[in-house]
Design a protein around this ligand. Structure first.
Ligand code: TXA
Ligand code: MG
Length: 342
């Protein structure tokens, strides 16, 4: 039985959505169609600057359950709420810490997600029973236009199947969710390419729960006197931090490529590097994320390259460790979680 946790009750998802019919998945830019579908409780793939999201009406519990079911997502992994303004966030949050508004004015719309206490109107199903919710305003014109015409916020995890690589193009969403959702909004390739940074507030401190599109350096530059702590890894404060996230089907080894490359088959080994080429390995299996060593460009290309290499029937993918600065930290985090040796 697949189930989600809500109000200490176990809800059997399979019994709620027993219908077995195949949907035709349309790809278009029609935000009015998206509005209609979301209002009816259906799910829609939406573009954001980070990754594509699988959106449902955050005030409709059936839609929320459908999100978990469609992604095969465990019920203990809460969703991110998306809306388009500070006023709307205030309407659903119980308490807004002092630091919230200046941060919001600086970084939103953008790849920063804030964990705040939620009001009752946001269902425990969205937050996996937590009394807090994660909320953000995505920076993508089409999705902002959609959010403006909705009279409810949307819950949107990344539009991939649980544990798989996040989608950064409509085609990536289609490849994983074709036949499961009626519409994907066509918003091009994602500009940032890794998920949002998630923060929570602790008195005068900011705790980073997930590394992502807003770098710790940017937060620090903006609030130089505030302590910013990254609570790394295994803590389930941000359950999306589970180890086996973002996995390629092909085993991926993270770390020093010069060492890991020994005795590998040149035609069956893939490479993910920042800018270096490895003459030992067939060129067509190698992906440089940024030949000009730009970590923002590298982040933008990361998931696309992981999707691509995963279709080449390779035995192994070797990924190097990126410089631990700026978005390099988020890239390393995703590669570690995708790897078999971390
Ligand atoms: O960039 C993004 O944030 C993308 C796009 C679609 O907006 N969304 C995304 O959602 O990455 P998802 O579901 O893949 O990741 C959501 C993560 C959860 O895994 C969980 O760790 C964290 O957000 N989260 C959600 N609610 C939380 C809460 N109340 N407290 C702490 N972490 C929370
Ligand atoms: Mg995700």
């Amino acid at each position: 039985m697949r189930s989600v946790f809500a109000n200490a009750k176990i809800i059997d998802l399979d019994s709620i959505f027993a219908e077995k019919y195949i949907l035709i998945t349309e790809i278009s830019r029609d935000i009015f169609k998206a509005k209609e579908l979301l209002s009816q409780g259906e799910l829609v793939g939406i573009p954001t600057e980070t990754v594509y999201g699988l959106a449902g009406n955050a005030l409709n519990e059936d839609s929320l359950l459908k999100i978990y079911k469609t992604k095969n997502r465990p019920g203990f992994d809460p969703l991110i709420i998306h809306t388009d303004s500070f006023e709307k966030i205030k309407a659903y949050a119980n308490e807004i810490p002092d630091m919230f508004e200046p941060l919001f004015n600086k970084f939103s719309p953008g790849p920063l997600t804030y964990v705040v206490e939620k009001k009752k109107s946001i269902s425990d199903i969205a937050t996996s029973g937590l009394k807090t919710m994660a909320v953000r305003v995505p920076n993508h014109d089409l999705t902002l236009d959609l959010l403006k015409i909705l009279d409810f916020p949307i819950a949107a995890p990344s539009a991939n199947l649980f544990g798989k690589i996040s989608p950064t193009s409509p085609q990536h969403v289609y490849n994983q969710l074709n036949g499961k959702i009626p519409l994907i909004l066509e918003g091009g390739n994602c500009n940032i390419g890794v998920e949002s940074t998630i923060i929570r507030f602790n008195k005068d401190e900011i705790i980073v729960l997930r590394l992502g599109g807003t770098s710790i350096e940017e937060l620090h530059d903006f609030l130089p006197n505030i302590k910013i702590t990254y609570k790394s890894n295994h803590q389930i404060d941000a359950p999306g931090q589970l180890r086996s996230h973002y996995a390629t089907k092909t085993p991926l080894l993270f770390g020093n490529i010069e060492e890991n490359i020994q005795h590998k088959n040149p035609d069956k080994t893939g490479i993910i590097s920042l800018s270096k080429l490895f003459p030992e390995i067939n060129n067509s299996n190698q992906r440089q994320l940024s030949v000009i060593n730009d970590l923002n460009e590298a982040a933008k290309n990361l998931f696309k390259v992981m999707h691509e290499l995963d279709t080449l029937n390779l035995e192994i993918i070797l990924a190097e460790e990126f410089p631990e600065k700026g978005l390099g930290k988020a890239i390393n985090d995703r590669l570690k979680r995708a790897s078999i040796n971390w």
